[in-house]
Design a protein around this ligand. Structure first.
Ligand code: IMP
Length: 427
C-alpha cells in the first residue's frame, strides 16, 4: 500500500503545494484531511499560476481521485468558486469526492471568527477569518452540521434554525454584532447542496480500498506542524491537526497505512500571524528574504515574518510526525547571502535547550544559537542534480541533514515543476 504523507514541518506556507503537485503526478489518489479554505497552495504549471484553498492539488491532473476527507471543515461557497475557476479553464473536476462527515462552515462561523479576533484585542491570533476555529468549535461541542445532513432538506432545516438562533444570541448579546436571517442561509445552502450532491460520498471507503488495491495514495497536508492545535505553539495555532496523525483521524485510515512521511521545510523560516519566532530577522535580512521569496500570504496577502532555518524546531516537528525525510524548499532564495545561519540550539536562562519548549513564555525568551555557514553567489535555479549545486549549497544541505538526522530527499530551486531535484525514489 504505497502512501506518502506530506506535512508542513514549520509554521505553514513551506511550499507544500509544489511538492504535492509534483507527487500528485505519480499518485492515483490525493487526500486532504484537515483545515479548510484557510490553506493556500500556489501551483505553477506551464507558467500558469493556480491558487488552491480547499481543493486537493491532484485536481490539475484528470486521472486522479481527489478526496476531501472527513476531518476538513468545508465552506460550500468557497469550494464551488474554486470549482468554477477550474471548470472555466477546461479542467474536469468530476474526480473530486467530499466525505459526508465534513463539518460545514456557515456565515455565522466567519462572523464569529472576526468578532472573536476583534475581542482578543492585543492578543489576536491573526486568523484567516474563514470561520475555521468557530466551525471546529461546533464540531467539538457536538452541535455542528455535517455535509451529509445538509443534503437532506428536512434534517438540515431542523438543525440549522436552532443553531442560527443560538449563534445570533452570541453574536448580538456578547459581541454586539449583527445576527443572521436563517431563511437566507437555508435558501443559499439548499442551492449549494444541489450543486454539491454529486461530489459527496463516504470517502473513508475510497481511501481504504485504494490502499488495499496497492494504489498510490498521497496525503496532502495543509498548514504546518507548529500550527497543530495540540502540538503547535498554542494558542497561536489553527484548530486542526496538520500533523501526520491528523491524516488517520481526518481521512479514516489506520496509522499502519502511512508509509513515507515527508516534512516540507523552507531553507529559512516564515510565520504568518502572531506568536514567538526565535530565528526571526525583523530587519533588512528578513526584508530581503521576504522580497526574494515573495513571502506574502496566498489566502490573505499578508506579509510573512521571515528568519533563518531553525533546526531545533525541525527536529521537534520531525519527532512528532515521524518524518522519514525532508523536502527543502526555496533554496534559491538564499543565493547571494555572504553568510547563512542555521539555528542549532536555544539559549534560555543560561542553559542550552535542544528540545523545542511547549511554553510560549519560554520560547519567547529563547535566543537562537547559530551555526554560520558560507553562502553562495551562484544562481542555482537551473540545477538538475545535487552534484550540480555549488559546494557551499551542498554543505548547507548536508548541515541540515546532519543536525536533523534526516535525509533531504527533495530540493526545490525554483517555483516550476522542472526546478526540483529528487534524490531517491518517490512512489
Ligand atoms: P485560522 O486557521 O484561520 O484559525 O488561523 C489560525 C492561525 O493559523 C493564524 O496564525 C493563521 O495565520 C494560521 N494559518 C492558517 N492557515 C494557514 C496556512 O495555510 N498557512 C500558514 N498559516 C496559516
Amino acid at each position: 500500500m504505497p502512501s506518502i504523507v506530506i506535512v508542513g514541518a514549520q509554521w505553514g506556507d513551506e511550499g507544500k503545494g509544489k511538492i504535492i503537485d509534483y507527487l500528485a503526478g505519480r499518485a492515483n489518489v490525493v487526500v486532504r484531511a484537515q483545515g479548510g479554505n484557510n490553506a493556500g497552495h500556489t501551483v505553477i504549471v506551464e507558467d500558469k499560476k493556480y491558487a488552491f484553498h480547499l481543493l486537493p492539488s491532484g485536481v490539475l491532473y484528470n486521472d486522479k481521485l481527489n478526496i476531501i476527507g472527513n476531518g476538513v471543515v468545508f465552506d460550500p461557497e468557497g469550494f464551488l468558486k474554486e470549482i468554477k475557476v477550474l471548470e472555466d479553464q477546461g479542467i474536469d473536476t468530476s474526480s473530486v469526492k467530499i466525505d459526508e462527515r465534513v463539518h460545514v462552515i456557515f456565515p455565522y462561523h466567519k462572523r464569529l471568527d472576526a468578532l472573536q479576533e476583534e475581542a482578543r484585542g492585543e492578543d489576536q491570533i491573526g486568523t484567516t477569518k474563514k470561520g475555521i476555529g468557530p466551525c471546529y468549535m461546533d464540531k467539538i461541542e457536538r452541535s455542528g452540521i455535517r455535509l451529509g445532513e445538509m443534503l437532506d432538506q428536512e434534517e438540515f432545516k431542523s438543525r440549522l434554525y436552532p443553531q442560527v438562533e443560538r449563534k445570533n444570541q452570541i453574536i448580538e448579546k456578547i459581541y454586539d454584532g449583527e445576527g443572521f436571517n436563517p431563511d437566507e442561509i437555508y435558501e443559499d445552502y439548499c442551492r449549494y447542496a444541489d450543486a454539491l450532491r454529486k461530489y459527496v460520498t463516504d470517502t473513508t471507503v475510497l481511501v481504504y480500498d485504494a490502499l488495499k488495491d496497492n494504489k498510490k495514495v498521497l496525503f496532502e497536508g495543509a498548514q504546518g506542524t507548529l500550527l497543530d492545535i495540540d502540538l503547535g505553539t498554542y494558542p497561536y495555532v489553527t484548530s486542526s491537526h496538520p500533523t501526520s496523525g491528523g491524516f488517520c483521524i481526518g481521512s479514516g485510515v489506520g496509522p499502519n497505512m502511512l508509509e513515507e512521511i515527508i516534512g516540507i521545510v523552507k531553507a529559512y523560516t516564515t510565520r504568518v500571524g502572531r506568536g514567538p519566532f526565535p530565528t526571526e530577522e525583523d530587519n533588512e535580512t528578513g526584508d530581503l528574504i521576504r522580497k526574494k521569496g515573495n513571502e506574502f500570504g496566498t489566502t490573505t496577502g499578508r506579509p510573512r515574518r521571515c528568519g533563518w532555518f531553525d533546526g531545533v524546531m525541525v527536529k521537534y516537528t520531525s519527532r512528532i510526525n515521524g518524518l522519514t525525510s525532508i523536502s527543502l524548499m526555496l533554496l534559491d532564495v538564499l543565493s547571494g547571502f555572504d553568510k547563512i545561519k542555521m539555528c542549532v540550539g536555544y539559549e534560555y536562562n543560561g542553559e542550552v535547550l535542544q528540545n523545542f519548549p511547549s511554553s510560549l513564555k519560554v520560547l519567547s525568551q529563547c535566543k537562537p544559537i547559530y551555526k554560520e555557514l558560507d553562502g553562495w553567489q551562484e544562481d542555482i535555479s537551473q540545477a538538475q542534480s545535487f552534484e550540480e549545486l555549488p559546494e557551499n549549497t551542498r554543505r548547507y544541505i548536508e548541515a541540515i541533514e546532519e543536525y536533523t538526522g534526516l535525509p533531504v530527499s527533495i530540493v526545490s530551486v525554483g517555483p516550476k515543476r522542472s526546478q526540483t531535484i529528487i534524490r531517491g525514489k518517490m512512489f
